[in-house]
Write a protein that binds this ligand. Structure first.
Ligand code: SAM
Length: 218
């Protein structure tokens, strides 16, 4: 997609900052960032800040995640062409669109609990003519069994513990990434193996809005 000059400069500066701080190290993720412009996913009132490395308010007291967090999570998730992906917490649809770019021939199912945000994300995805993301209204803590199993599952809201249905809906050798904790969370990357669930990576000091719902915050 061709980006207007004022956003292009801001995007270049953001990418440079993320590279220098090592929140972005993977060329494929950089290409996805360049092809899925963040300003398409922020409300009009936030356009001037679209390429700041900060979370921004969208609606219903929710946020579009910080670019550095999205680049790191996307790198950890290591999406391959053709994979079946589940995202919990669609918000603006920006992370869904990045995943859709990377899975290309595959499909992204993204679950959001606020109808207003389902519509916001769907409208944003339409602007980029993205066809391989299905945004679904519902309680993402239950997963989405209809399209399971998933090669990759990403949770973009803070879990007190990993919801059991998500582990059940993960494919063998699949990866699941989620922020886990109360006030501050650790990003935890898990893999489902023949021998059970194995932790691959864990990094502390992230802050997300809470995951609500049946297997979310009480
Ligand atoms: N990935 C988003 C983006 O790119 O804009 C940011 C997600 S925002 C930090 C977290 C989202 O999770 C919010 O939109 C919130 O409404 C949603 N959420 C929280 N609990 C949920 C649940 N049980 N099911 C579905 N969505 C949930």
């Amino acid at each position: 997609m061709k980006i207007e000059k004022k956003y292009q400069t801001a995007l270049n500066d953001l990418i440079c900052h993320l590279r220098n701080s090592r929140f972005l190290t993977d060329d494929r993720v950089e290409t996805a960032f360049r092809n899925i412009p963040r300003h398409v996913f922020v409300p009009e009132s936030e356009l001037d800040c679209a390429y700041y490395n900060e979370p921004l308010p969208i609606m219903k007291n929710q946020t579009i995640s910080q670019p550095g967090v999205v680049s790191r999570m996307t790198e950890w998730l290591d999406v391959k062409n053709g994979q079946n992906i589940l995202e919990i917490g669609t918000g603006s649809g920006w992370q869904s669109a990045i995943l859709s770019y990377l899975t290309d021939q595959g499909t992204v199912y993204s679950i959001e609990r606020h109808p207003e945000l389902v519509k916001f994300a769907q409208d944003n995805l339409k602007k980029l003519k993205i066809k391989n993301v299905h945004v679904i209204l519902g309680d993402g803590s239950l997963g989405y069994s209809k399209a399971a199993p998933y090669d990759r599952i990403i949770v973009t809201a803070a879990c007190t513990e990993i919801p059991l249905p998500l582990l059940e809906q993960l494919n063998e050798n699949g990866l699941l990434l989620a922020p886990v904790g109360d006030e501050s969370q650790s990003l935890i990357l898990l893999q489902k193996t023949a021998k059970g669930i194995v932790e691959i990576k864990n990094q502390s000091s992230y802050v997300f809005v809470p995951l609500l719902g049946k297997f979310g915050k009480k």
